[in-house]
Design a protein around this ligand. Structure first.
Ligand SMILES: CC(C)(COP(=O)(O)OP(=O)(O)OC[C@H]1O[C@@H](n2cnc3c(N)ncnc32)[C@H](O)[C@@H]1OP(=O)(O)O)[C@@H](O)C(=O)NCCC(=O)NCCS
Length: 187
């Protein structure tokens, strides 16, 4: 892996070094009005697993910067054993994209686990003052890891373009005299 000027001392870390799985049995307190598991309960598990991976990869604290593309494919039910698998897909200077796959083993079926969701999160590694700090480059090991790395780069490009476009729109509106900050304060 080529050393980069802003992180010359950080050797690469393989994907497998931080990959992890968090497992949890769903209980009655996790349900919504329909009796299936609340999406927010799954999102918490996703954030927990991704945070563990980001901390392990970066060797210190890391905070959730964004969570996008959380997709729920199938409902999760009380009694299901949910496995949340997370790995670092991509690294930037101080940020990491963590990909998460959510699987459910049905408590009443002896079938293979069903994929019930996926998510992509960006974590920023931070120092003791909460400022972004450099992370080791992730080293994809398998063809699947390499595909995930390339797809993560596409998502990164889109995130940056979206943020830039919205920032430019707001600056343009401010220059035209619209006070959007006042509107946000009032609502
Ligand atoms: C995330 C955070 C550290 C970014 O700080 P910042 O001063 O904006 O620093 P930067 O602009 O240098 O961003 C740091 C990295 O995060 C990335 N990043 C920041 N905001 C992002 C977002 N919304 N989506 C994707 N990536 C983001 C940047 O692209 C950058 O990546 P890079 O270093 O790999 O190029 C800061 O906004 C923060 O502390 N947020 C709160 C996080 C938190 O508390 N999460 C839990 C919520 S309860």
């Amino acid at each position: 892996m080529t050393a980069q000027p802003d992180r010359p001392d950080l050797p690469g870390k393989p994907t497998s070094a931080s990959r992890t799985t968090l497992s949890h049995i769903m209980t009655g307190s996790d349900t919504n009005l329909l009796g299936t598991v609340h999406g927010g309960v799954i999102m918490k598990l996703v954030d927990d697993a991704a945070g563990a991976v980001a901390g392990r990869h970066s060797g210190g604290p890391a905070v959730t910067a964004s969570m996008d593309e959380m997709v729920f494919l199938e409902p999760v039910r009380v009694g299901d054993l949910v496995h949340v698998r997370a790995q670092v897909n991509w690294t930037g200077r101080s940020s990491m994209e963590v990909g998460v796959r959510v699987m459910a083993e049905r408590w009443n079926e002896s079938t293979p686990a069903t994929q019930v969701g996926t998510a992509y999160l960006v974590f920023a590694a931070v120092d003791a003052d909460g400022r972004p700090r450099p992370v080791p480059p992730v080293v994809p090991e398998t063809e699947r890891d390499r595909r995930r790395y390339q797809e993560a780069q596409i998502r990164r490009t889109h995130r940056l373009a979206r943020r830039r476009a919205i920032k430019e729109l707001r600056e343009k509106r401010a220059a035209e005299g619209f006070d959007d900050t006042r509107e946000a304060r009032e609502n």
